[in-house]
Design a protein around this ligand. Structure first.
Ligand code: NDP
Length: 394
């Protein structure tokens, strides 16, 4: 790396993107110098243009081509280049940078994450769906290009911070807050609205991951992400409910030691770790953890009956092949339908389970996707089946 760290933020208008830009702007003395290369969004021109002006980005890109004119006007006279379309988003990931923050939500982020991996940049990885759908392929691409996958999902970042002896690891323990329905009855969950599902007790996040946290599919996706990122089988990854979200995850070693990373639930800490890796950078404005004030930390096992998504994710990563892609694709369609109030909350995991079960009956289900086109083909099948099963086309 040069002295100045060139950084791109994919998904700059989202929750991760905003936190990343905040870290870039607010580091204290001893922080690296950052220069911002590419910023992207889907349609939120206002947020993207404002961020691009503030950060003096080289280029701002919207996925939706219909937004090109609006973005161009919003950035007139700023010196920021403008582009639009899915291909331009993927190119944004390929623009020469030292670190690329992969903060697009869903498999929509895979193409740009892949181009960032292919250029050999460090990937500050939030876009877990890319890893879930193409973990093995992305790792192989990273091995070839020399790219580093630096997780910023708080659980994986915690593990990354305390994983000093991978060969001595007995278990990875992912903590989970339990989401807004941790203590809710099945009847309450059946009647859940998008507003209630998105009201996460500890984290302020985008709508999709908030619903995933409420079903605990998020923890399931994280389990798959951890299996691929750290090359550990699902049988050695535990999930532990920890309502306060202070311990972000733990690693148990074969000498009986258990190492954990703690912090207040604020994504700027894991993001800063990835942006400054292998050093750390100071975040002077961030509230500090005061354990005496918190007083107690609680732990309990997850309830598989109310949160079947966890078991589905275990089954999918255990089966391997296209199963994680199918689970992810079905979940993305079902979450979008729930947010549009077209299906009930419990239907999300139910339909994801049905699509997965049907897929696992196919003769080729366990064959590993050999290329990215295979990943997209399996994803398309899962989406189409979910739309059919839910009668969403009507
Ligand atoms: P948000 O919904 O807040 O932001 C998503 C970003 O992706 C926005 O910039 C959005 O643009 C952009 N986007 C959406 N669809 C497309 C598309 N089709 N093409 C290009 N860009 C698109 O999500 P989050 O920031 O919460 O989450 C982002 C990722 O990070 C997810 O994978 C999530 O699981 C992961 N993550 C998030 C955490 C968090 O605290 N938020 C914690 C750990 C992981 P626009 O605004 O224009 O729609």
């Amino acid at each position: 790396m040069t002295n100045t760290v060139r950084v791109s933020v994919l998904g700059a208008s989202g929750s991760i993107g905003v936190s990343a830009l905040d870290v870039i702007a607010s580091g204290g003395q001893g922080s690296p110098e950052f220069s911002v290369i590419a910023l992207t969004a889907n349609r939120n021109v206002e947020a993207l243009a404002a961020a691009a002006r503030r950060a003096r980005a080289e280029i701002a890109v919207v996925a939706d081509e219909a937004c090109y004119g609006e973005l161009k006007s919003a950035l007139a006279g700023s010196g920021v280049e403008v582009a639009a379309g899915d291909a331009a988003i993927a190119e944004a990931g390929a623009r020469k940078a030292d670190v690329v923050v992969a903060g697009i939500v869903g498999i929509a982020g895979l193409a740009a994450t892949l181009s960032a991996v292919r250029q050999g940049a460090s990937i500050a990885l939030a876009n877990k769906e890319s890893m879930v759908c193409a973990g093995k392929l992305l790792r192989e691409e990273a091995r070839q290009s020399g790219a580093r996958l630096l997780p910023i999902d708080s659980e994986h970042n915690a593990i990354f911070q305390v994983l000093d002896r991978p060969e001595r690891v007995e278990k990875l323990i992912l903590t989970a807050s339990g989401g807004p329905f941790r203590s809710a009855s099945l009847q309450e969950m059946a009647a859940a609205t998008p507003e209630k599902a998105c009201a996460h007790p500890n984290w302020n996040m985008g709508a999709k991951i908030s619903v995933d946290s409420a079903t605990m599919m998020n923890k399931g996706l994280e389990l798959i992400e951890a299996a691929y990122l750290f090359d550990v089988p699902e049988s050695r990854i535990d999930v532990l409910i920890h309502p306060q979200s202070i311990i972000h995850s733990l690693v148990a070693y074969d000498d009986g030691s258990v190492l954990a990373q703690l912090g207040l639930p604020d994504m700027r800490t894991p993001i800063s770790y990835a942006l400054s890796w292998p050093r750390r950078m100071p975040l002077p404005g961030l509230e500090r953890l005061d354990l005496a004030k918190i007083g107690r930390l609680d732990f309990l096992p997850p309830d598989a009956k109310r949160f079947p998504a966890l078991t589905l994710a275990r089954g999918a990563v255990f089966a391997g092949g296209g199963a994680p892609i199918v689970l992810n694709g079905a979940n993305e369609v079902a979450v979008a339908a729930f947010l549009q109030r077209r299906i009930g909350f419990l239907t999300i995991s139910e339909v994801a389970g049905q699509v997965l079960e049907e897929y696992l009956g196919h003769a080729t289900a366990r064959a590993e996707p050999a290329k990215f086109d295979d990943v997209y083909a399996i994803d398309r099948w899962a989406r189409a089946r979910t739309v059919e099963m839910l009668n969403l086309a009507a």
